[in-house]
Design a protein around this ligand. Structure first.
Ligand code: SF4
Length: 237
């Protein structure tokens, strides 16, 4: 089957979600492709861009599905992988908007120039912040990605769009001091919503225990600082 250059490649779909777009019932399309290699990645199978014929979710099938679900779902979220990798994202977002859906994006801020193009169509963004600048390279598997994330964050702040920042707290990579530093950075930037996400050890990680994961996100001074720094702050477990 021939493939359009602007057709999105979908790895998987969550057909009903109440946690991926605040206050909305969403369908989530997990797009293929991510250049980064975060050590805590839950979706490593989505990192390579594969042939769409290998996926049970073609773009055509996805849009037919959401057409039928109008009235039962009110939002479409493009997640990944890293959705900004795919050139077809803009057209896909536009198509979902044309169907009457609210549209959200989960991203690490890769390719801010692509985010700039898509941003006017979006209703909400979840921006993953991997950690403080000095650790970004390790946290993305060897990429100097902090500046790209920073530019994307600035675009979101300037846009006035509703967005949140969130950090997966992998104790193999991050310390309480790192989370203090990151929180101060985001507060100074003017971020209003920030969430710490508990790391649940991936299959290949045999060294981390739940107790260690829990202790990183339970430091009382850290939680007190972050609670005061943002209009909305929570620990997601
Ligand atoms: S950015 Fe997301 S999809 Fe890409 S490697 Fe990191 S966690 Fe995995």
């Amino acid at each position: 089957m021939s493939e359009s250059k602007t057709e999105i490649k979908i790895g998987d779909v969550e057909t009903f979600s109440i946690v991926d777009f605040p206050s909305h019932i969403a369908v989530v399309a997990f797009l293929q492709g991510c250049p980064w290699r975060c050590p805590f990645c839950y979706n490593a199978s989505l990192q390579p861009l594969k042939n769409t014929d290998e996926s049970i979710w073609t773009a055509d099938k996805f849009f037919k599905f959401i057409e039928k679900r109008k009235g039962m779902l009110d939002a479409v979220v493009f997640s990944g992988g890293e959705p900004l990798v795919q050139e077809g994202l803009y057209n896909a977002v536009q198509k979902a908007k044309d169907m009457g859906y609210m549209v959200g994006l989960h991203t690490g801020g890769y390719r801010p120039e692509h985010l700039r193009k898509v941003l006017p169509l979006l209703d909400w963004v979840g921006l993953d912040i991997k950690g403080p600048k000095a650790k970004y390279k390790a946290l993305t598997g060897g990429f100097d990605a902090f500046d790209a994330m920073g530019k994307s964050l600035d675009l979101l702040l300037q846009s006035g769009i509703h967005f949140e920042c969130r950090t997966t707290c992998d104790p193999r990579e991050l310390t309480v001091d790192d989370l203090f530093e990151l929180g101060a950075f985001l507060k100074n930037k003017g971020v209003k919503e920030y969430y710490l996400q508990k790391y649940r050890p991936i299959e290949s990680d045999k060294s981390t225990t739940d107790t260690v994961c829990e202790s990183l996100i339970s430091d009382e001074k850290l939680i007190s600082f972050l609670s005061g720094a943002f209009e909305k702050f929570e620990v997601r477990r």
